[in-house]
Design a protein around this ligand. Structure first.
Ligand SMILES: NC(=O)c1ccc[n+]([C@@H]2O[C@H](COP(=O)([O-])OP(=O)(O)OC[C@H]3O[C@@H](n4cnc5c(N)ncnc54)[C@H](OP(=O)(O)O)[C@@H]3O)[C@@H](O)[C@H]2O)c1
Length: 339
C-alpha cells in the first residue's frame, strides 16, 4: 500500500491511494482518536451458510480485498456465523499477520445459546462481560479488541455496572474503546451522563439500523448521537442488499442473501419509488450503489458505512464509493424521494 497523508487539524483525515485504484478516506470515530475508514466491512456474512464467505477461503478473499482497498474497520460480533462465534473465528484466521493494520470491532450481549455458560439473560453484567471478552479474544486470536460494543441492552443490568466493567477491561488493555448498539435515544443520554458522573470512559459510537428505507433512527437516535458527538455506524445500510442495484427492474438474483434467507425484505420496498431513485441516480451519472453510499456518507454524525459483502468484487465496488461526494441539493432530493 502506498503512503497515507494527514490533513490539517479539523479537516477530515484523508486520503490514501491504494494500488492506484481506490481513494479511501478516514475519520475519527466520534469523540475519540480511533481513526476508521469511511467504508468498513460488516462481518455477519463470515461463516454464514449458503455464502462464499461460509468457508475460510471465501473469508480470506473478502477480508484481503477489503484491506487492499484501504478498508480498516471490520465489524463483527460474537453471535455472528452459522454457529455461535464462527464469524470471529474466520476473521481471526483471515487477519493473521495483518492484525495491526485493522481496527477490529466486535460485540457482546446477544444470546450465545449457552456457549458462555449460564447467564440468566444478564448479558451486560460484569460477570458475563468478563467471560464474553475472553471468548472473543480467543476466537479472534488477538490480545486486544479496538472497539468493544454492547450489542443490545439486557433490560436487567444497570448501565453503570456495564460501564464500570468495560472500564476495567480498558485498564487491563483487553479493549481500547467502547460502543453501544440498539440503544434508544433516552438510553444513549443515560449512558452518556452515567459515564460522565461516574468518571468512566464514554461510549464513542452507536450502531443502529439506518438506511434509505429504515429511517427510524432520525427521530431520537441520531439527534442523541449528534448531541453527544458520538460516531454512528449504520447497520443494514444497504437494506440487506436492496440498494446494490441488483434488484432493480424486477431482477431477483438467486445467489443473494435476500433471496435465499430473507425474501420478505423485498416486500418493504416501494418499487415505483425505487425506479424513480434509479432514474435520479442515473441522471447524476451514478449507480444506485454509489448514490446510496453518497447519501449515507453525507448524514451528520455518520462515521463509516459497514456494509457486508460476500465476494471480493463487492468489497472493491463498495470501497470505491468512498470517493462519492454529493452536493446538499442531491442529498436532500434523495431524502425526499425516500421520505
Ligand atoms: N448491531 C446490530 O444489531 C446489527 C444487526 C445487523 C447487522 N449488523 C452489522 O451491520 C453490517 C451490515 O449489515 P448487513 O451486512 O447485514 O446488510 P447490508 O450491508 O445492508 O447488505 C449487505 C449485503 O448486500 C450485498 N452486497 C453488498 N455489497 C454489494 C455489491 N457491491 N454488489 C452486490 N451486492 C452487494 C451482499 O449480499 P449478497 O451477496 O448475499 O446479496 C451483502 O451481504 C453487518 O455485517 C453487521 O456487521 C449489526
Amino acid at each position: 500500500m502506498d503512503g497515507a497523508s494527514v490533513a490539517p487539524p479539523g479537516e477530515e483525515w484523508s486520503e490514501r491511494i491504494v494500488k492506484g485504484m481506490t481513494r479511501m478516506r478516514y475519520r475519527p470515530l466520534g469523540p475519540s482518536g480511533l481513526m476508521v475508514s469511511v467504508i468498513g466491512l460488516g462481518c455477519n456474512n463470515l461463516g454464514r451458510d449458503k455464502t462464499l464467505t461460509q468457508t475460510q477461503q471465501g473469508t480470506d478473499a473478502v477480508v484481503g480485498a477489503a484491506i487492499d482497498a484501504g478498508i480498516t474497520l471490520f465489524d463483527t460480533a460474537d453471535i455472528y456465523g452459522s454457529t455461535r462465534g464462527l464469524s470471529e473465528e474466520r476473521l481471526g484466521v483471515a487477519l493473521k499477520g495483518k492484525r495491526d493494520r485493522v481496527v477490529l470491532a466486535t460485540k457482546f450481549g446477544m444470546d450465545m445459546a449457552g456457549t458462555n455458560g449460564p447467564e440468566w439473560g444478564a448479558r451486560a453484567s460484569r460477570r458475563y462481560i468478563r467471560i464474553a471478552v475472553e471468548a472473543s479474544l480467543r476466537r479472534l486470536q488477538t490480545d486486544w479488541i479496538d472497539l468493544y460494543q454492547l450489542h443490545r441492552p439486557d433490560g436487567i443490568t444497570p448501565i453503570e455496572e456495564t460501564l464500570a466493567a468495560l472500564d476495567e477491561l480498558i485498564a487491563e488493555g483487553k479493549i481500547r474503546y467502547i460502543g453501544h448498539s440498539n440503544l434508544d435515544g433516552w438510553q444513549i443520554a443515560e449512558a452518556e451522563f452515567t459515564a460522565r458522573i461516574g468518571g468512566h470512559p464514554r461510549f464513542v459510537s452507536a450502531q443502529n439500523e439506518y438506511s434509505l428505507i429504515e429511517r427510524g433512527a432520525e427521530r431520537e437516535v441520531l439527534p442523541a448521537v449528534n448531541a453527544y458527538g458520538l460516531g454512528f455506524l449504520p447497520f443494514f445500510p444497504l437494506f440487506n442488499g436492496v440498494f446494490t442495484g441488483k434488484f432493480g427492474g424486477g431482477a431477483r438474483p438467486a445467489d443473494s442473501r435476500i433471496m435465499h434467507t430473507r425474501p420478505e425484505v423485498l416486500d418493504r420496498v416501494d418499487w415505483d419509488v425505487y425506479a424513480r431513485y434509479e432514474a435520479f441516480a442515473a441522471s447524476r451519472g451514478l449507480t444506485v450503489l454509489e448514490a446510496t453510499y453518497g447519501w449515507l456518507l453525507a448524514q451528520p454524525g455518520l462515521t463509516s458505512v459497514i456494509a457486508g459483502a460476500t465476494r471480493p468484487e463487492q468489497v472493491v465496488q463498495n470501497a470505491a464509493c468512498a470517493a462519492v461526494s454529493l452536493g446538499e441539493a442531491d442529498v436532500a432530493e434523495i431524502s425526499a424521494i425516500w421520505s
